[in-house]
Ligand binder design. Structure first.
Ligand code: ZN
Length: 300
């Protein structure tokens, strides 16, 4: 008689053990991509619908939504902290700590600069610049479906890199009226040295959200929304052959390079903006380094 309950207890323990073994182990958060300042992470978040990015000092950097497929595309700022802790709003998922490699962007000073070449001075120029600004803001507010960075990126034009992403430039010069100008700006694009008329191709599939031959600063411009919040921006084009709403495949011709807008010579300026789909406030979006996107392997 004494053995009965003991056997029962053992049986229960065996049953519990079997149940525990049958449950799949919780999948951790996993990221690949380029863990470098201005790079991009592609993270699989198996549970939860919100991912928080927290710095090593405990500061909330931002929150992003986790889509139904659990795949989060995460841009990293040019000055991202050296460590990020990713936490989903699901207690069964352990936080993931990611080390972010620092950049070492040079600082350049450009003297003897013709400030009137860049500044909108006349009423007509100011009106042109403000119309251009409105068009850009409207395009950045739309979000297209697409594979995002899943298929990787290819060079949009055949030519050497003439100016990488990242350096800060200080422009010192004069205006036509003799007054001086002095300002610092960061190069948030990736310049490819190509002559006027060279083919410009989509670096990844996407939907055109802006195709304009004549923005004030940018000249001939194309915005290409790849999905997952990633937008490619192409500037100074001599020809724009796509229009808003059009879908393009990777490698499709979207126009030709040029020397339009406020430039100092023919080249293609390619920039990529990461936008947080979890907020309507576009002020927190930022540019990432296109050269790092070229390092991304396609998702198998
Ligand atoms: Zn540029």
């Amino acid at each position: 008689m004494r053995r009965g309950p003991v056997l029962c207890a053992s049986a229960s323990l065996v049953a519990l053990w079997v149940t525990a073994q049958a449950e799949p182990a919780p999948q951790p958060i996993h990221c690949d991509g380029v863990a470098r300042q201005a790079g991009l992470l592609r993270c699989a978040v198996p549970r939860g619908d919100r991912l928080s990015l927290i710095s090593a000092s405990g500061q909330l950097v931002r929150e992003v939504p986790v889509p139904a497929d659990g795949q989060v595309t995460l841009g990293l700022e040019r000055d991202a902290p050296d460590q990020l802790i990713l936490t989903a709003n699901d207690a069964t998922l352990a936080p993931l700590t990611i080390d972010i490699a620092p950049r070492q962007d040079p600082f350049r000073e450009i003297t003897g600069f013709d400030c009137d070449k860049v500044d909108a001075r006349t009423e007509a120029q100011k009106a042109h610049a403000s119309r251009s600004w409105v068009k850009k803001q409207a395009a950045f507010k739309t979000f297209a479906e697409g594979p995002g960075a899943d298929g990787g990126f290819r060079r949009p034009a055949d030519g050497p890199t003439s100016s990488p992403f990242g350096p800060a430039r200080r422009y010192v010069g004069t205006r036509a009226d003799g007054s001086s100008c002095d300002r610092v700006s960061v190069h948030y694009g990736y310049d490819i040295a190509v002559p006027v008329g060279a083919e410009v191709r989509a670096p990844a599939p996407g939907t055109v959200t802006l195709g304009d031959p004549d923005l004030y600063y940018e000249g001939g411009t194309v915005f290409l929304d790849h999905g997952d919040g990633l937008v490619s921006v192409f500037m100074h084009m001599s020809e724009v052959t796509v229009a808003a709403g059009q879908s393009v495949a990777a490698g499709d011709r979207i126009g030709a390079s040029g020397n339009t807008g406020r430039t100092t010579g023919p080249h293609l300026h390619w920039a990529v903006k990461w936008r947080n789909p979890g907020t309507q406030d576009r002020a927190g979006d930022f540019y990432i380094d296109p050269a790092l996107l070229l390092e991304l392997a396609p998702v198998p």
